[in-house]
Design a protein around this ligand. Structure first.
Ligand SMILES: C[S@@+](CC[C@H](N)C(=O)[O-])C[C@H]1O[C@@H](n2cnc3c(N)ncnc32)[C@H](O)[C@@H]1O
Ligand code: SF4
Length: 411
């Protein structure tokens, strides 16, 4: 370990590269789970974790995929025991992604008792036909069942992932899914417009002219989302992310000092700029340009300015780790200005925008010097607003956040 006297990294992402079945739209690295390979992966992951453990003190821990909930009880026990032994358990925010088809009460209880305190569940839609067409392995009924199971196991911080602008989805269908998802009373909601990723069956169908992309409908769906989520007590804090300030049933969730340390609050008197209590601290760290380790096949990491990417091949990953090496395919150290540009672009996806001081502390650059022209242009266009302490995108700007943020990139 080459940490030297540097502060340990406080954020860890673990990629679980298995799914029961590949969804039509998905380009995340994952494959159908094959018995022995899963065991081999778990053993390799534990070795890889040990290689970086000395440089880690996780405030946020995120198991994503793929489908982490696909791992069986024995595999999870092995992972949880190793994290405990390496002093990596007990993060202030510990998320595990679940697919509704693979949630069981035993597994949920095991995770909860080991310190997992946040679940992110992939729902996508509550329309049975659309679920089918997307290639999802679960029914709408399983979403409701799994949500109950998670609550029963004691999870009081649950995110639901939804998708909109799905081919064949009408505004009415989206309204119905939103209404039912909001009625579940989760603490967090992530809603993604469908992205047509190359090399996916959905992309091939688009290329074959089976359907058209309807931008106007997508905008209407996004408007509907903003309105309904807000009426249901959610606050948008990033383009696709909404969270509550308090649990639905009772009481306000006070922010503890731990939550402040994982980035749940920005110190500002204005509600508009504050981060809701149930926001995802792990993702906020990404958007704010913080360091994180990424373990498992295809995982990316970003530690002290160096970006790494692991091999997107589980067998190759295991081979490397079994030889005692990290499984890194590529390593890149960006020039300081390029890195600051990326950090600017990521952070502008948040409703709070970038406070000038925080940006300077993070990157060493002042937005008002290097990006004065871009900020002025975006402001004139109605996409941005320059406030005394920060620059942020307006509602309109957030809708086109990718295009707006791109202007901040520097080669
Ligand atoms: C790794 S998956 C979540 C957990 C689990 N694998 C599942 O799907 O149930 C992360 C989320 O990304 C979103 N997503 C994946 N591919 C997408 C695409 N092409 N366009 C938009 N959203 C996508 C989905 O909402 C999905 O739930
Ligand atoms: S969306 Fe989730 S379940 Fe579907 S293939 Fe991607 S990672 Fe797997």
């Amino acid at each position: 370990m080459t940490a030297g006297s540097a502060q340990p990294v406080t954020s860890l992402y673990v990629h679980v590269p298995f799914c029961a079945h590949k969804c039509e739209y998905c380009a995340f690295y994952s494959e159908a789970a094959a018995g022995e390979l899963v065991n081999r992966y778990v053993a390799a992951l534990m070795r890889e974790t040990a290689l970086v453990a000395d440089d880690l003190k996780p405030h946020t821990l995120f198991f994503g995929g793929g489908t982490p909930s696909l791992l069986n009880l024995r595999q999870w026990e092995q992972i949880l025991k190793t994290l405990e032994r390496l002093n990596l358990a007990g993060a202030a925010e510990w998320t595990v992604e679940c697919n509704p088809a693979t949630v069981s009460l035993d597994k949920a209880r095991l995770l909860r008792s080991a310190g997992v305190n946040r679940i992110s569940m992939g729902v996508q839609s509550l329309n049975e036909d659309l679920l089918d067409r997307l290639g999802r392995v679960h029914s709408r009924g399983m979403v409701f069942q799994s949500f109950d199971v998670l609550r029963q196991a004691g999870f009081d911080n649950v995110n639901l992932d939804l998708m909109f602008a799905i081919p064949g989805q009408t505004l009415e269908m989206w309204r119905a899914t939103l209404a039912e998802a909001l009625a579940l009373g989760s603490e967090h909601l992530s809603c993604y417009e469908v992205i047509y990723e190359q090399d996916t069956p959905l992309f091939a169908r688009l290329q074959a002219g089976e359907f058209d992309v309807d931008e106007e409908l997508a905008c209407a769906m996004f408007d509907e989302l903003l309105e309904r989520a807000s009426a249901a007590g959610f606050r948008q804090y990033e383009v696709a992310n909404f969270a509550r300030d308090a649990r639905k049933e009772n009481g306000v969730r006070e922010c503890s000092s731990d939550e402040t340390s994982v980035g749940h609050r920005i110190n500002t008197p204005s509600l508009h700029h504050s981060i809701p209590a149930f926001a995802c601290g792990h993702n906020i760290n990404y958007w704010r340009g913080g360091s994180f380790y990424g373990l498992g096949p295809s995982a990316t990491g970003y530690v002290r300015g160096v970006r790494t990417k692991n091999w997107s091949n589980t067998t190759l990953y295991c081979d490397q780790i079994e030889k005692g090496k990290r499984a890194i395919e590529s390593r890149e150290e960006l020039a300081p200005l390029a890195r600051a540009g990326e950090t600017a672009a990521f952070g502008l996806r948040m409703n709070a925008g970038w406070p000038f001081n925080q940006f300077q502390q993070t990157t060493g650059f002042d937005l008002r010097d290097e990006w004065a022209t871009e900020m002025k242009q975006l402001t004139e266009q109605g996409w941005g607003t320059i406030e005394p302490d920060r620059f942020r995108l307006t509602c309109e700007g957030l809708r086109f956040a990718d295009a707006a943020a791109e202007q901040f990139l520097r080669s």
